[in-house]
Design a binder for this molecule. Structure first.
Ligand SMILES: *Cc1c(COP(=O)(O)O)cnc(C)c1O
Length: 383
């Protein structure tokens, strides 16, 4: 065995023992929220395709037309020859939807976060992060030399205390949070966060990967608050409710100009392909006009929560915390045998001891499927 293979096996051994080795199962997603694993058709309750836009005929047609007209790939970084006019159009549309002066499209949400944060924070700065924030907000922060501090999940008293003690020793302060928390489905207190940020000369950045398209009339988590909170950095993805691929930042013109000049994950990576860009534009057309349709995922999540006697959800994500990893994975297997695809979420994606089944609801789930799911969960003592 080579030293490299020995290294890999040694690293994997404890992970295998803790049930933390990951398996990537071949799964074919089909229209209407179904999935095939091997020959088995399953109803998926774990996809982020909340509006089933990955298979929407208008959106897939827009992608096909873009390929026919402009080709499969984008050819280069946006700063070289990859900046297709469709990308500029998409940026204008996103800025309009989010109410900002400008926007910047990236090739994924992850790439957006690891490009934006290091462009804005350095060694003299401090970054306050909600402890439940998505891995790529952490990854972006660790690419800076800034002082990183985690505040307890949505605990404004804790954040206020940390700011009081630490903000003054630093040049700039950044506050990072998911708008809708990806593994818990709850909303960040964006109203309180924005007040706290503005009062203490900090810049608030929200990652609205799970808000766009499904809450706040499709405009995302900021629109769940009245008055609208001031969020100078509004980031998100095109790959969840929009059913396409890519990421974005909506912000003021000077900020976007800086990002386009500095963000390494924009400059040194190939631009979003025309098909993904066109699909995202077609998805925005529907989100901006069909508000009733956009409300369906949350309605379905609320029906499920009611049947399962869980707290009323704020988003289409409903977690059922199991605790131990092995038990969680066992429950996921039981559900698969019953015809439901629900992936177990375990550390390090969530904190040790909080492994969970994470149910996500989409516009095309049938009420009867949701009822059947709740019944099966009760039958097996999962809820
Ligand atoms: C999925 C997700 C991302 C990453 O977006 P991609 O476009 O899939 O790279 C970022 N932040 C949050 C909160 C997410 O859930």
């Amino acid at each position: 065995m080579t030293s490299l293979d020995a290294f890999a096996e040694k690293k994997l051994k404890p992970l295998i023992e803790q049930g933390l080795k990951r398996h990537i199962h071949v799964t074919t997603r089909t229209a209407k929220g179904h999935a095939l694993r091997g020959e088995r058709p399953l109803i998926s309750f774990c996809c982020n395709d909340y509006l089933n836009f990955t298979h929407h005929p208008k959106i897939t047609q827009a992608a096909k037309n873009a390929i026919d007209q402009y080709g499969a790939g984008s050819g280069a970084s946006r700063l070289i020859t990859g900046n297709h006019p469709l990308i500029n159009e998409l940026e204008q549309r996103l800025a309009r939807l989010k109410g900002t002066e400008d926007a910047c499209v990236f090739s994924s949400g992850y790439l957006a976060n690891i490009g934006i944060i290091p462009s804005l924070a350095g060694a003299q700065d401090i970054i306050f992060i909600d402890e439940f924030s998505h891995a790529c907000l952490r990854a972006g922060s660790s690419l800076t030399q800034a002082h990183m501090v985690f505040y307890r999940h949505k605990d404004m008293a804790h954040l206020r205390d940390l700011i009081g003690r630490l903000r003054k020793g630093h040049r700039n302060g950044l506050i990072l949070t998911d708008g809708v928390f990806s593994m818990d489905g709850d909303l960040a207190p964006l109203d309180e966060l924005s007040v706290l940020a503005d009062k203490n000369n900090c810049w608030l950045m929200s990652d609205d990967a799970h808000g766009l398209g499904v809450i706040g009339n499709g405009k995302g988590s900021r629109h769940m608050f009245d008055p609208l909170p001031h969020i100078p950095l509004q980031m998100g993805t095109l790959s969840k409710a929009l059913g396409s691929f890519g990421g974005y930042l909506c912000a003021s013109r000077p900020v976007i100009d800086l990002i386009k000049t500095r963000a390494r994950s924009l400059i040194y990576t190939t631009a979003l392909p025309p098909a993904s860009t066109a699909a995202a534009l077609a998805a925005l057309d529907i989100i901006e006009t069909d508000h009733d349709y956009c409300r369906l995922p949350l309605e379905n999540a609320r029906l499920f929560a009611q049947l399962a006697r869980l707290p009323k959800p704020d988003s289409p994500i409903v977690p059922v915390i199991i605790g131990p990893t092995a038990k969680t994975m066992h429950f996921a297997e039981i559900l698969e045998k019953e015809g439901f695809l629900v992936t177990g979420i375990r550390p390090p994606t969530v904190a040790p001891g909080t492994a969970r089944l994470r149910f996500t609801f989409s516009a095309c789930h049938q009420k009867s499927d949701i009822r059947a799911l709740a019944t099966v969960l009760k039958k097996h003592g999962i809820i």
